[in-house]
Design a protein around this ligand. Structure first.
Ligand SMILES: Nc1nc2c(ncn2[C@@H]2O[C@H](COP(=O)(O)OP(=O)(O)OP(=O)(O)O)[C@@H](O)[C@H]2O)c(=O)[nH]1
Ligand SMILES: [Mg+2]
Length: 424
């Protein structure tokens, strides 16, 4: 049995600096965020203004208009911005309805989708930090609605409020300690990988651009039937945790491909901070693949948001390849490579070889071509190279196995004492 679907009216203020198209798009995005929270949008209200009203966000006339809308009292009002604690309080008392903002919506989506312990801890920290300064305003609406925003808070009365505040602060500290332990564990794993010197390539980009689909297309191309696909879906924030797949190319060159959480405009800063540890994978990558939904008319804005978010994370200096995805929905020719950009279609698996070419050019620069002779009593080295290097020719000589191969410089150095160099 499904509970009755929550209904909402969305509200936005179009500032003078914002053009019509961008504003309409951000309202559309808010609608999609609501849908991702299983909230049905039944109405929309907007206002043009030179600045938002500091006490009520909207002007008085618009508040009256909104209050007069004949919706039942369970309908919530969603604002396309992060509201201040006093704006929430004032709006709720003026409208007598639960008021939530863009930030809470995003936090809720993350809370619903978080699967790993680490993601759950991160979302809870972000939610509590958001909640702390808004405690007085929210208790009222939550008492009335009994949820909807996904935050539970049962108490009433001022002394209780102080107590709640202290409890939340303590909870944040406890969560952060737990998170710290999780993060350390992952850092050890990551250091292990770095020791193996396998290059790390990280998919980044706006939410719904096709990052997970692209990872799946790579897995399908190089490891068909392995069942190593990740979840990809037409909804905002389908991915909330980083997943890593090892991609081994036909010539045995190997790299790690990481899928990450997507970005969105006005990503709540608590959330960016909370997710910083997950996104550390990004800051330590050898190469970023910035995935763009080329079929979205707003893709240039998306690229800007992504670039800004990467900068906030401290990842702006990392070499980047641009993958203009969903070309099948555009009239761009594909697959096409131009400099460090490739136009492709993850859905059709078209352009994967081209993207791989760009990745190769960036991450496999420590390989050397050589010809070596491995004595017969060192057979394990032959197996090692067959597994980890690109062996082009094998022949059996009197003194041992002769290999013509391309291998990592580090491997060459490692076994140098054990084989005879014929040429390099
Ligand atoms: N037509 C078309 N659709 C695509 C293509 N690539 C991905 N999609 C669709 O776009 C939607 C989003 O794809 P995802 O791979 O989940 O996108 P994502 O970037 O991982 O999204 P988040 O994890 O939410 O940030 C899915 O419905 C995909 O099927 C493509 O090349 N062409
Ligand atoms: Mg994804």
């Amino acid at each position: 049995m499904e509970a009755a679907q929550q209904q909402a009216i969305i509200v936005g203020v179009q500032l003078q600096k914002q053009n019509e198209k961008d504003f309409a798009y951000s309202m559309e995005e808010l609608r999609n965020l609501a849908a991702a929270c299983n909230i049905k949008v039944i109405g929309e209200l907007s206002q043009k203004a030179s600045r938002v009203n500091p006490s009520h966000y909207l002007g008085t006339g618009k508040i009256q208009e909104l209050a007069a809308l004949p919706e039942d009292e369970d309908t919530i009002i969603i604002f396309n911005d992060e509201l201040t604690p006093s704006q929430i309080r004032n709006l709720e008392s003026a409208l007598d309805r639960q008021v939530i903002d863009r930030t809470i919506l995003i936090l809720n989506i993350f809370a619903q989708r978080a699967k790993t312990k680490e993601a759950q801890l991160q979302v809870e920290v972000a939610q509590l930090q958001y909640m702390l300064p808004r405690l007085t305003g929210m208790r009222e609406s939550l008492g009335r609605q009994g949820g909807g925003s996904g935050l539970n808070n049962r108490g009433t009365g001022e002394t209780k409020l102080e107590l709640d505040r202290r409890r939340i602060e303590e909870r944040i500290t406890a969560l952060q300690n737990e998170l710290h332990t999780q993060v350390e564990r992952r850092q050890i794993q990551r250091r292990q990988r770095q020791k193996n010197e396998v290059p790390v390539v990280c998919l980044v980009g706006y939410t719904n651009a096709g990052k997970s689909s692209l990872l799946n297309a790579m897995v399908e191309e190089y490891h068909p039937g392995s069942g190593k696909q990740v979840f990809a879906k037409d909804m905002l924030f389908a991915t909330l945790e980083t997943s890593v797949r090892s991609i081994k190319l036909p010539d045995h060159k190997t790299f790690l491909l990481t899928d990450t959480v997507g970005f969105v405009s006005q990503l709540p800063h608590h959330l960016v901070k909370a997710f910083r540890s997950t996104l550390e994978e990004v800051t330590e990558a050898d190469l970023l693949i910035h995935v763009v939904d080329a079929s979205d008319p707003q893709h240039e804005q998306h690229m800007e948001v992504t670039a800004e978010t990467l900068k906030a994370l401290g990842a702006e200096g990392i070499p980047t390849v641009y993958a203009y995805n969903k070309a099948d929905l555009t009239d761009r020719p594909y697959p096409v490579v131009e400099g460090d950009s490739v136009t492709l279609s993850a859905r059709q698996g078209s352009g994967i070889a081209e993207l791989t070419g760009l990745i190769r050019g960036h991450v496999f620069n420590d390989y050397i071509q050589c010809e070596i002779l491995i004595p017969y009593d060192r057979g394990s080295i032959v197996s090692y190279f067959n597994e980890h290097a690109h062996v082009q020719e094998t022949s059996y000589e009197e003194q041992g196995t002769k290999l013509l191969l391309e291998c990592r410089a580090a491997d060459y150095e490692r076994f140098r004492g054990d084989f005879i160099e014929l040429s390099s």
